[in-house]
Design a protein around this ligand. Structure first.
Ligand code: ATP
Ligand code: MG
Length: 442
């Protein structure tokens, strides 16, 4: 054949070929997934993005040199094969290819870091070390195709509702909230940080009259902990909406989640994950922070008013509720300075609550949001009462002095959404190249 070095002419995907193509000459290209020597017959299974194709060689009928080369090609090498389609009910997709030519486009080394046929399992660490090869495994590949679909669905949903997609800086001068540790970087002669959230910037755009914005971007958290739900670089979808309260953005959030589940449920590749995905019913249950700590305390985990719910309390509560739910009316003390305090009449027992909420999956927190403070004076006081310096927030605070509408928003962790939706234990599984306390490469 004419050299098939790129581009591969007339390349067909394995699933594009059907038994109806019987007798036609086709070209497939992909990785050598498996080789099976049955004596008189030799099978080469080629894997491409779409699936598998069986290449069948008959020891007696196949030209000697071709037979020898096919037999010798190491597993996971990249090959292009031209041959005749023959209908064969026992082969994947109902056909086999009787090869006429094969070109080895890239020969793989003999000892593979992972077994792509999954006959030999591997630890997550080993898989992440050889992630490029782990992604050749069907189940892993499907997770990332689903991730892509989730991102598309989110954009589709928000675009339809008139949101403007924005990009805000990831190199910043000030902490968003104080609490979480930041990654310092050297920025010429100054110190800067990797942004922990687009919070301040998306709020500033409310003063610009953008009304409904969203951003899908990395967030950086220099948290030391090594858990199955925290990353040091995560992806968040953030929205901010003007002229509404927390109630409206909660409704947007639950509708978005149901929309994403429905989109994923309709995707055939989901079958590879052996998952029976149910679209959650909306509206989600809403419980107040006070009800949450009462329920948890009754279950034997004492939580004082004003304490945050830890992982264990979240799990206890999740097990009781068993579906997606909101926790509302949080104490101001454990929510950021930009959360709007509740009106006097909405407060329970004179306690300082704010119009903030968390969206919870029974296993893990998915999102946090609130109505925002839009009064300059109150915001400044709040920043100072949290022990932060108003000066370092000047660029942000200033936007509240020249016409800032009331607004609300939330941040939703994409990685958390995926791990919970796909019932995956470790968040690292749903990130191509995760960053954690120990992992900086690949
Ligand atoms: P947690 O209490 O679970 O550590 P958080 O309350 O600190 O999370 P937020 O600041 O509220 O997180 O961020 C909004 C959302 O972003 C979270 O609900 C979560 O889905 C996601 N997120 C935040 N930090 C991380 C992280 N380190 N790894 C993965 N996702 C994260
Ligand atoms: Mg939170």
């Amino acid at each position: 054949m004419v050299s098939m070095q790129s581009p591969i002419r007339n390349r067909k995907y394995a699933t594009e070929i059907t038994p109806d193509n019987d007798g036609e000459t086709v070209c497939i290209a992909g990785w050598v997934h498996e080789k099976r020597d049955l004596g008189g017959v030799f099978f080469l299974i080629v894997r491409d993005l779409s699936g598998f194709a069986q290449v069948t060689l008959n020891r007696k009928k196949t030209e000697k040199d071709l037979f020898a080369r096919v037999k010798k090609v190491p597993r996971e090498s990249v090959v292009a094969i031209e041959g005749k389609v023959k209908s064969e009910s026992k082969a994947p997709n109902g056909y086999e290819i009787i090869p006429e030519r094969m070109e080895v486009l890239s020969e793989a080394s003999q000892v593979l870091p992972l077994d792509t046929t999954e006959k030999v399992g591997a630890e997550l660490d080993t898989r992440l070390d050889a992630r490029f090869m782990d992604l050749r495994i069907e189940r892993t590949k499907q997770i990332f195709i689903i991730r892509s679909r989730v991102l598309k669905a989110i954009r589709e949903f928000l675009d339809e509702r008139g949101f403007i997609e924005i990009n805000t800086p990831k190199i910043v001068s000030a902490a968003t909230e104080g609490g979480t540790a930041l990654f310092p970087i050297s920025y010429f002669e100054r110190e800067a940080f990797l942004n922990q959230s687009p919070q301040l910037y998306k709020q500033m755009l409310m003063a610009s009259g953008f009304d409904r914005v969203y951003e899908i971007a990395p967030i950086f958290r220099a948290e030391e902990h090594d858990t199955t739900k925290h990353l040091n670089e995560a992806t968040s979808v953030d929205i901010e909406v003007a002229f509404v309260s927390d109630k409206e953005v909660m409704a947007i959030l639950e509708e978005l989640i149901a929309f994403v589940y429905a989109k994923v449920r309709g995707y055939p590749g989901l079958a590879k994950l052996n998952l029976n995905l149910e679209v959650p019913k909306i509206p989600f249950r809403r419980i107040t922070y006070e009800e949450a700590i009462e329920a948890v305390s009754e279950a034997g985990e004492e939580i004082e008013w004003g304490e945050d719910l830890g992982t264990s309390a979240e799990r206890t509560l999740g097990a009781m509720i068993g579906e997606l739910y909101f926790i509302t009316d949080w104490p101001c003390a454990i929510k950021p300075f930009y959360a709007q305090p509740a009106d006097a009449e909405a407060k329970s027992k004179d306690r300082d609550t704010c119009n903030a909420f968390d969206l919870m999956h029974p296993r893990v927190e998915l999102a946090s949001g609130s109505q925002r403070v839009h009064s300059y004076e109150l915001l400044k006081r709040n920043i100072e009462s949290k022990g932060l310096s108003a000066d370092s927030f000047e660029f942000y605070l200033d936007t509240f002095r020249f016409g800032m509408p009331p607004h609300a928003g939330w941040g939703l962790g994409i990685d958390r959404l995926l791990m919970s939706m796909l019932e995956i234990e470790n968040i690292r599984e749903v990130v191509l190249f995760p960053r954690d306390r120990r992992r900086l490469a690949p």
